[in-house]
Design a binder for this molecule. Structure first.
Ligand code: GAP
Length: 443
């Protein structure tokens, strides 16, 4: 497809709602701004993204282990990390219409909405506060974590002691983070509750630049391997004045969203900032002892930090295609099979009493190995369209010929090619196609 023919955000938002990828949060109460609920198809896609990341980061490597730390942490963590002091945006209020804006987003000194007079900028911390304990006034203030990374840093020694890992090694974690963003929008691109996939890679100082470049390359290729078109991705180094307070260097992997090039993932060289800060504030020893050189030092950290929701949006946008067929237009989501929410649809030609038991048998034969959907409503053509819109790689159809020859028709989502196959061969066929490099039915 050409650049101009690419899908716009409205089309994706409407498809998401219509097909059950994403709903507005608290919809029946008028919605809650910038919060989203993932529906039956969306939750599968999101799980698949998270699992593909975990597989590439943890299961397929010997040098990275996993962690699941709690969302609420000791408040001193956020003092040490710099979030209490530095994680703030400059805010201005319009004295006339009362709307609030980020000062650094505004071109002039008048309200962009009503041209009213604006207040002086005030710093606004982006962390959500809550109270721990039964009586609000006496309870301790705690924060909802604004990143999952700090849970990894404060567990560095625990993981080191229990796994006996040697440098270089990493700790990976996925989970919810919360930021009271001032400007949200563009669907799930920027919200106040979102999910991150972060990995902190601990290295010897001096080898950090090399590992930094390694992780930038690895992460870029992860998106390409899962089907994002290379020309829709680019790398952007951060300028010196743009770097976060903890970073020595940073690259953004950007995706060409409908609103332009925007950050999908950041890869930062955090140096020894975080461990040094936690030593200072906790008084605990967090350095590393190198058996070989008999030296103790503070590791440097390389951090690839991705957003599940942003990846979700990018994978959805990139998979979307409208195709003109002979009589109609079809909408198809060309997801990589590892990401497709449903892998196989089982479709009896009709609800005929002879076809249904065979279709149910076929369904039970494959559902243990693949996420499947059984659908016997409406015409077969309409059911194919529904599966195309869900991005299901294969449809298996049971027709009257099946009753005679025990063969089913398998239809390929992308090429629309069809083959007939004995029922008994179906599991092995699907396994080979969905688990391999090429999943086209007749490559
Ligand atoms: N630990 C480093 C860190 O959190 P970040 O660049 O602030 O770095 C990393 O966030 C990733 O988390 C972003 O690239 C993005 O994918 C995701 N992310 C951050 N804020 C988000 C928000 N408000 N809504 C959705 N995703 C967000």
């Amino acid at each position: 497809m050409t650049e101009t023919a690419r899908v716009d955000m409205e089309t994706i938002v409407s498809l998401s709602k219509r097909r059950g990828f994403v709903f507005q949060s608290s919809d029946i109460y008028g919605g809650l701004s910038s919060c989203w609920d993932y529906g039956p198809l969306g939750v599968e896609l999101k799980r698949n993204i998270r699992e593909a990341w975990w597989k590439a980061m943890v299961h397929e490597r010997d040098d990275i282990v996993g962690l699941d730390s709690s969302i609420l942490m000791h408040p001193q963590v956020w003092v040490a990390s710099g979030h209490v002091g530095e994680f703030a945006d400059p805010l201005v209020d319009c004295k006339v219409c009362r709307q609030r804006f980020r000062a650094d987003d505004l071109a002039g000194d008048r309200c962009p909405s009503c041209a009213g007079e604006l207040t002086e900028p005030r710093m606004f911390n982006l962390m959500f506060k809550t109270f721990m304990g039964p009586v609000e006034e006496e309870a301790a203030v705690v924060y909802l974590r604004p990143e999952t990374a700090q849970g990894i840093f404060v567990n560095f020694q625990n993981v080191l002691n229990t796994t006996r890992k040697k440098l270089p090694f990493g700790i990976a974690q996925t989970g919810k983070s919360f930021r009271n963003e001032i400007t949200t929008g563009n669907f799930v691109f920027r919200s106040r509750e979102f999910e991150q996939m972060e990995m902190e890679f601990f290295v010897k100082p001096g080898s950090d630049e090399e590992w930094f470049e390694y992780w930038v390359r690895q992460r870029f290729e992860w998106y390409v391997n899962l089907g994002i078109k290379r020309e829709h991705l680019r790398l952007r180094p951060h300028a010196q004045d743009e770097l976060a307070h903890y970073a020595k260097g940073c690259y953004d992997i950007e995706y060409l969203f409908p609103m332009g090039w925007c950050e999908l993932e950041g890869i930062a060289n955090r140096g020894d900032f975080d461990l040094v800060q936690h030593v200072k504030h906790s008084g605990k020893e967090l350095s590393y002892f190198d058996d070989e050189t008999q030296q103790r030092f503070m590791p440097y950290i390389i951090e690839p930090s991705a957003g599940v929701d942003r990846s979700f949006l990018a994978f959805l946008l990139d998979a979307y295609e409208e195709e003109a067929l002979e009589k109609e237009k079809r909408v198809v989501l060309r997801f990589h099979p590892a990401l497709a929410p449903v892998k196989v649809a089982v479709l009896p030609l009709s609800r005929n009493e002879k076809l249904v038991p065979v279709a149910k048998k076929v369904h039970s034969l494959i559902r243990g190995g693949f996420v499947t959907q059984y659908d016997d409503s409406q015409s077969i053509g309409r059911r194919y369209r529904r599966q195309d819109e869900a991005g299901t790689p294969f449809c298996v159809t049971i027709d009257f010929q099946t009753l005679d020859d025990h063969e089913v028709t398998i239809r390929d989502r992308d090429s629309l090619k069809q083959v007939r196959l004995p029922i008994g061969m179906l599991p092995a066929f699907l396994e080979a196609k969905l688990g391999g490099e090429s999943f086209e039915i007749l490559p």
